[in-house]
Write a protein that binds this ligand. Structure first.
Ligand SMILES: Nc1ncnc2c1ncn2[C@@H]1O[C@H](COP(=O)(O)OS(=O)(=O)O)[C@@H](OP(=O)(O)O)[C@H]1O
Ligand SMILES: [Mg+2]
Ligand SMILES: [Mg+2]
Ligand SMILES: [Mg+2]
Length: 335
């Protein structure tokens, strides 16, 4: 494939593929292996750091001048107290990446993610594992990578290793997809581990009858107001129960037409959304013909640094119902 951002697209897919591999490996070794005591979050920590090391070192190899806004930093891996975690991350990273990287190279790669973002120039943003709680439960999580230029998202890649190919028939289909979107070039889905030939274009749904729509939201009631969304759904005449799913896989479902509305309604007055939690997902929905905004109807503004300082919550929906949905959301959040 040639043309606008074709090299960036290819490298980003490769980076997300490799990071997804380490996540699956950690899950198999440590979560499924029953070595875990209840409440132990160490596997997701190993996978988070290893995935960020892998993506950042692949980006550095191909685009050495591009800064990265990544969720993690190497603080917890430093010094004597970080020794155990550090050696595990080095081991895991080198199971996936070749040629092998030294401990120092791995820590430096993780810390390439410290860029502060902003309104000019180009940078990448990475959430090595979004939906950490979903990962630990063996449910949905995503590796999320996006390219931002002058404050606008131009490319987004979401790796969703556990997402069923058919969410309506989840026990009888394969799992694992990569979603890709480039500004102005549409949105696509391909199987994890697949090739360019396996890519198919995807579209948001075109359903107009609100009573038949499906909405999705976070599993965690600490991340979205599930009571506000129930009130909104009721006002809109939605009868189906919410599809609760962790991570940016929710954006993937909207882009793929598997759900029609995504509501993320602020629970805490002090929480500000992070750019890596929404960059890749939002371009995916927009390129699939859907609409995305915050709960005031304002465009998500990725030019404000590491966080979406100007926005509150998120609403995504298919284009035919978006206006009705945002009207109901605004009424609820301002009441
Ligand atoms: N208070 C609050 N409000 C809103 N969002 C929050 C909040 N706290 C955390 N987070 C971020 O939510 C990310 C996961 O979002 P999900 O929609 O996947 O939620 S969940 O997994 O169902 O809990 C999660 O991303 P990861 O840390 O990458 O998992 C957080 O960045
Ligand atoms: Mg996240
Ligand atoms: Mg994360
Ligand atoms: Mg986190």
């Amino acid at each position: 494939m040639s043309g606008y951002l074709s090299r960036e697209r290819k490298v980003a897919i490769e980076a997300v593929e490799q990071a997804s591999k380490v996540c699956k490996l950690v899950f198999k070794q440590l979560v499924e292996g029953e070595t875990l005591t209840k409440g132990d979050k160490s596997p997701v920590t190993f996978a988070d750091f290893s995935a960020q090391a892998i993506v950042n070192s692949i980006l550095e190899k191909h685009f050495p001048n591009d800064p990265i806004v990544g969720e993690e930093d190497s603080k917890d891996l430093q010094g004597e107290s970080g020794e155990k975690l550090r050696s595990k991350v080095v081991e895991l990273t080198n199971l996936v990446i070749s040629p092998s990287l030294s401990e120092d190279q791995i820590l430096k790669a993780i810390d390439r993610g410290q860029y502060e973002g902003g309104k000019s120039g180009r940078f990448w943003t990475l959430d090595p594992i979004d939906g950490t709680k979903g990962f630990l439960r063996g449910e949905q999580y995503a590796v999320c990578l996006a390219l931002i230029e002058d404050g606008k998202v131009k490319l987004g890649v979401l790796g969703c290793p556990n997402l069923p190919h058919d969410i309506n028939n989840e026990h009888n289909t394969g799992r694992g997809s990569i979603f890709v979107a480039v500004k102005g070039r549409g949105a696509f889905r391909r199987p994890l581990g697949g090739s360019d030939e396996d890519e198919t274009p995807i579209k948001a749904s075109s359903i107009t009858d609100l009573t038949k729509t499906k909405f999705c939201e976070s599993v965690e009631s600490g991340h979205t107001s599930q009571s506000d969304s129930a009130t909104i759904a009721n006002k809109l005449g939605i009868t189906l129960p919410p599809v609760r799913m962790d991570s940016q896989c929710k954006y993937g479902c909207i882009a793929n037409g598997d759900a029609d509305i995504y509501l993320r309604l602020r629970v805490s007055a002090t929480y500000v959304e992070k750019i890596w939690d929404h960059a890749a997902g939002s371009i995916l929905v927009a390129e699939a013909g859907g609409r995305v905004s915050d709960t005031n109807g304002d465009e998500l503004d990725f030019s404000q640094g590491r966080r979406l300082e100007k926005n509150v919550g998120v609403v995504a929906a298919n284009a035919s119902i978006y206006d009705k949905v945002i009207e109901a959301v605004k009424a609820q959040v301002s009441s």
